[in-house]
Write a protein that binds this ligand. Sequence first.
Ligand code: DQA
Length: 151
Amino acid sequence: MHEYLILHGVNLNMFGRRDPAQYGTSTLAEIDAALRALAVELGVRLDIFQTNHEGRMVERIHQALDDGTRGIVINAGAWTHYSYAIMDALGMLSIPVVEVHMSNVHAREPFRHESVLARVSAGSIAGFGPHSYLLGLRAVHALAAPDGSPC
Ligand code: DQA
């Protein structure tokens, strides 16, 4: 069974209470529950991790080198825009990485248009609220287990 790692970065534990115009009212626990339900449907396992500490995020990514993780879905929050440390950690992996964002970062302030993680990601999904995560899980599964390919 494929195992994927879902990574939630800085401030994302505050979803549901944080800027509902941008991020809606779903809590992170609700998003995780929806991801777990989709994982059952896809027949895959998930490990879900959230931290507000950049070094802990880097260390969790290091673990993925050896723990059988087959792909990563990451919403790095504001780290997306400037964390070369997280970019370097993801860059050590040879599994697919999909970047996701709840809000449409490209329609927001200019600093959010840049993702330093883009160069180590297979692609990104932004602007669909909690669905960004579900689409991200489908995307990483399509890349890691292409047997179910529609083409
Ligand atoms: C975010 C977008 C980032 O710019 C922001 O710093 C976040 C959340 C999103 O999910 O839309 O914390 O990653």
